[in-house]
Design a protein. Structure first.
Length: 644
């Protein structure tokens, strides 16, 4: 098999998930990775950190990463939609998966005949927990902290609780159930709700997951209740914190790694034409520990606990150091190039093989003129057709790619299989800036600070974007300050600022300067006979002619009203006659071209002079003005209408 044929046989699998830094998600992803390595498949994990920050605008930016998924580039899909809290986003992902026609495995999600399912039994394990609390510990007054009922796992666990309570003829009072969202804060709110309801102290509190259960234990302690002496508390998931908390939680251990491996393996079997079951179930196992009063031998686990805790703290300390150092240096960056240079210095500490920052075209934001007002436009939903990859860090080598298509997702193709890539959103609030790709590294699923690091980089890029716009605004304001809006050349402010530098240079180098003072002839007559609009037209044409004569070392300006000025450095007497000749020719060419019933002309006073230390710009202009006035006296002071 040649190289191209080998590439065609490498399977590409997309995983769609949220919150990959949480134990449930990263345990399943580890199983997917283990399987992909065995079968030499490429896995692309599209992950958001949605629902973490209480901001709808922020979540819009996070969910945008799912818009990047180009189904046509993949052979199969793994959906962990149970980790995505927004029903609309979840429905959108499911719809796209169905439309793609790709073989799809859903983990612990809603049953759907179009998909394959790998599920862990929730009902049986929760039944065992509740039954144990009733039979072994004689609990009768039992409260429940349930998960979100839009989530199939939460529904299954709550149904098991209700079934066992009913079978044991125990009532579920109106205030005995609190519906949370699987987050620790819900455990705290549940206890506050139970206490404010004034109900009797419960014998036990059954929680739908460990995060809420641990928060329940901590909150009960604030009210001087002891677990399990006063109240039994149970969880679900057997997370690291649940195992090592004091008291250790009675909970349910689920084969998450095995579920991830099974999901990936199922797809690879399907792609190879092998028969697989539409639904596959894995069994969970109850773990009875200290929080229900069933003590276990903790001593034998203490060695492993100390070792793992030290590693966790050490890794966190290193990540915090990385975050602080990078944040400090990013604060000093003033250009996007400096920004990426700073980031590239720290990527090696992420311990990955490849790291890419991909930016939308016009990521800086563009302005559209709407009804005479400029409004900023920027990307919100989806990604621009064309993208750039200004930073590609590949095993220490740094390069960039100016252009690639967003439908390709990767700025560069893989030449091998077995690669694991994480696509993470790069945004500021709802503003889509681009995305990150981290390949063959565990930082996204192992570090508690991955999200914080991505936020800092996103914020630094947004700061650069704002600095770019601020610079543009300052430049625009400066142009308004120094430019005559009608004639498009320097105004008095712009002329004085630039001419002052020229004058200082001439004094320092003992060079001559040229000053020409120009006064338009007959502007009042044009305004009186043809209106101010026509007068403005004549001024603009005159300004254009003057500007065309100022090349190289000369500048010009509208000094006020119908007065203009030219200044040149390193000048000679021989420059005067040619300059006036060019001006007169320009005036003549304009009159011939516009064919107006009046002529555009001006009186000109010029001089070339050396510059002494005592000379000022005003004194030089006064000399040129006097010469111009002498010429104007020699000319007719009013303009006659051109005969038709």
């Amino acid at each position: 098999m040649n190289y191209q044929e080998n590439l065609k046989h490498i399977r590409n699998i997309a995983v769609i998930v949220a919150g990959i830094d949480e134990e449930y998600q990263n345990s399943i992803i580890e199983g997917i990775i283990d399987c992909a390595k065995v079968y030499h498949a490429n896995v692309s994990c599209f992950a958001s950190f949605s629902g973490v920050i209480s901001s709808n605008r922020y979540d819009v930016g996070e969910y945008n990463i799912y818009e990047l998924v180009n189904m046509q580039k993949f052979d199969a899909l793994i959906l962990m939609t149970n980790t995505i809290s927004d029903p609309e986003e979840k429905a959108k992902i499911i719809r796209k998966a169905k439309e793609s026609g790709l073989p799809t495995v859903v983990l612990d999600g809603e049953e759907d005949p179009d998909f394959y399912h790998v599920r862990i039994h929730n009902h049986k394990a929760m039944r065992e927990i509740v039954q144990h609390v009733i039979e072994k510990h004689h609990a009768k007054q039992i409260c429940c902290v349930a998960g979100p009922q839009a989530n199939p796992e939460a529904r299954e666990r709550y149904r098991a609780f209700c079934d066992v309570m009913q079978e044991n003829h125990l009532e579920i009072g109106e205030n005995q159930v609190y519906f949370g969202d699987f987050r620790a804060i819900d455990g705290k709110k549940a206890i506050e709700t139970f206490i404010s309801a004034g109900m009797p102290v419960p014998d036990a509190i059954i929680c739908a997951n460990d995060a809420m259960a641990l928060a329940v234990v901590a909150e009960l302690e604030k009210y001087d209740y002891s677990v399990p002496d006063d109240i039994i508390v149970t969880g679900f998931d057997n997370t690291y914190n649940a195992r090592h908390y004091c008291p250790s939680l009675t909970t349910v251990s689920r084969p998450l790694n095995a579920a991830g491996y099974k999901a990936c393996e199922t797809l690879l079997h399907i792609l190879n034409g092998e028969p697989v079951e539409k639904k596959q179930y894995l069994e969970a196992e109850t773990v009875f520990a200290e929080s229900c009063g069933c003590c276990r031998d903790v001593a034998r686990n203490i060695r492993q606990y100390k070792k793992s805790t030290f590693q966790l703290i050490d890794d966190c300390r290193n990540d915090i150091s990385l975050l602080n150092r990078m944040t400090t240096e990013l604060a000093e960056a003033e250009t996007i190039e400096e920004n990426f240079e700073v980031i590239s210095h720290f990527i090696n500490e992420l311990d990955c093989e490849k790291y890419c920052i991909c930016l939308c075209s016009e990521w800086e934001g563009i302005y559209r003129d709407r009804l005479g007002q400029k409004e900023e436009e920027y990307q919100i939903h989806g990604y621009t057709k064309n993208m750039s990859a200004p930073l590609i860090w590949d095993k220490g080598q740094i390069r960039s790619r100016e252009y690639f298509r967003s439908e390709d997702m990767f700025p560069e193709d893989f030449e091998t299989g077995g690669n694991i890539s994480y696509f993470l959103p790069l945004h500021f609030r709802e503003r889509c800036l681009g995305y990150y790709i981290i390949t063959n590294g565990e930082f996204p699923i192992k570090s508690m600070l991955c999200h914080s690091l991505m936020l800092n980089i996103s914020n630094s890029i947004e700061n650069i974007r704002k600095m770019i716009h601020l610079g543009n605004v300052i430049q625009e304001l400066d142009q308004l300050y120094t430019t005559d809006p009608m004639c498009g050349i320097y105004n008095r402010n712009g002329f004085i600022r630039t001419a002052d530098k020229m004058l200082k240079h001439a004094k320092k180098n003992k060079e001559n300067v040229l000053i020409a003072f120009i006064d338009m002839d007959g502007l009042k007559m044009i305004n009186d006979n043809y209106g101010h609009k026509e007068g403005d037209f004549a001024l603009q044409r005159l300004a254009s002619a003057i500007h065309d004569c100022c090349k190289d070392d000369k500048i010009c300006a509208r000094f006020g009203g119908d007065e203009f000025i030219i200044m040149g450095e390193n000048a000679h007497e021989a420059d005067l006659e040619p300059l006036e000749g060019i001006l007169r020719k320009k005036f003549s060419d304009i009159n011939r071209a516009v064919s107006k019933p009046y002529e555009i002309d001006a009186s000109v006073g010029m001089l070339v002079t050396s510059v002494n230390e005592d000379d000022t710009m005003f004194s030089l202009i006064t000399q040129a003005d006097m010469l111009m006035y002498e010429q104007k006296k020699r000319k007719k002071t009013s303009r006659y209408l051109r005969k038709e």
